[in-house]
Design a protein around this ligand. Sequence first.
Ligand SMILES: C[S@@+](CC[C@H](N)C(=O)[O-])C[C@H]1O[C@@H](n2cnc3c(N)ncnc32)[C@H](O)[C@@H]1O
Length: 266
Amino acid sequence: MTASTSHLKRWARTTESVLQRTLTAIGLSQSTARIAADSQAYWTSSHGKRWMANSHWREAPIFDDNDLWIRMGMQHLGMVERSAWAARSGRPWRRVVDWGCGGGANAAAFAPHTGELVGVDISAETVAECGRQVALVCDTPFRGVTVDVAEPETAMVDIGSCDVFLCLYVFELIPTPEYGVRLLHIARDLLTPGGLALIQIKYDDGRWLSRPRRREYRRELAGMTTYRIPAFWQLVERCGLTPVSIELVPRNELDERYAYFVIRKR
Ligand SMILES: C[S@@+](CC[C@H](N)C(=O)[O-])C[C@H]1O[C@@H](n2cnc3c(N)ncnc32)[C@H](O)[C@@H]1O
């Protein structure tokens, strides 16, 4: 691709992104049900290279010839371990739930440290791939649960309570910021008292382009849902959970504007 073609593509993407947010700002957002249906269709039906990369499967080209896939899981494990140590609520972790487990980068890092790993995802194939990756690193039992985007709460009966709840690179892909409240309630209800959650969001830094999109799911999956950092902190508290720490990453190899919240169940 020449420099001018890639410049043109970037310009077209930015223009489309501004247009969608303008339509949302004048009241033309799509319904949550419509966005949820588009999300369900995307994650369960496309299996090309881009889908694999978006699902963080280990064999996706972005993880070729580098250790990013392993590093992601280890970094997240480190974040939870530091908070657990500070709160003197260390292991054993009876059960770890990985919501939106994708290809298993986190599951594979946490599985050796827990009695059971539950991987939850929309795609049954992705859940199976996550289980395969866990089996490659340890004997910890893995349980896969597939969830419907429109009805995340229905998965709870198949999961059971947990000591650690993970949700990484998923909140930016959910239909709306309000849907995130449902996931926070699920985390609260699954966690045992004193249990920890590690939830990553993409933050809204005040620029128009970093606002929630609320339209046309497939065109900018990873820009659908964003939060202002103080607003998310307060949302966590309103859901009955206690934020413990935030780590901000303005940009890394995956994308930009990441905030990692470690959260404790009171
Ligand atoms: C970017 S990958 C992240 C995978 C993994 N959490 C990681 O850190 O590598 C996003 C995953 O979230 C899943 N996903 C998307 N929307 C979801 C939702 N509403 N509930 C559960 N999983 C979802 C997708 O199927 C995909 O596997």
